[in-house]
Design a protein around this ligand. Structure first.
Ligand SMILES: [Mg+2]
Length: 160
């Protein structure tokens, strides 16, 4: 697996899994959306403010209620430099997760739809059997459908 992907408690044998997005699904990014509203989207400002996200507790509880035999893969298009911040945030909120998969050091310019399409293929190639995903970006919901992955849409309101 990519060296920048993180297991919560050491490597496991990949198996049946749920793919869960972070921003807009588990993390409330609404307080930093304004960084993207100007004529030039300020992605640095947007991502650097992620440590202040509130937890979307209902969705976190939904993930907690998933079958205990499922591995929870947190798949996020957050850039690699947010890895430690994200791990700290996940730990602070006591989330259920098994693998954190975020963008690699060389993937910061990869668009999120393409990044997640490639990451899904990688996960499958490593033996994961994703059963469904939770996602708030309609473009990614469509991509998952095209890749034959059932996807539950979560309404974050970030996308027009
Ligand atoms: Mg999202």
């Amino acid at each position: 697996m990519p060296a920048h992907w993180v297991w919560r408690e050491g490597p496991q044998v990949p198996g049946a899994s749920a793919i869960v997005d972070i921003d807009g699904v588990l993390a409330d990014a609404s307080h930093r959306q304004w960084h993207l509203d100007g004529p030039v989207r300020d992605w640095y400002g947007f991502f650097d403010a992620a440590g202040g996200d509130a937890l979307l507790g209902d969705h976190a509880e939904l993930v907690r209620c998933l079958d205990a035999g499922l591995q929870v893969v947190l798949l996020t298009a957050r850039p690699h430099r947010l890895r430690e911040l994200t791990l700290e945030w996940i730990g602070r909120h006591g989330l259920r997760w098994d693998l954190l998969a975020l963008r690699g050091p060389a993937q910061n310019m990869t668009r999120s739809v393409r990044f997640k399409r490639e990451a899904l293929a990688q996960l499958r190639s490593f033996g994961f059997l994703p059963l469904f995903a939770l996602e708030d970006d309609p473009r990614i919901v469509e991509m998952y459908a095209a890749e034959t992955l059932p996807c539950l849409y979560v309404h974050s309101g970030y996308y027009g």
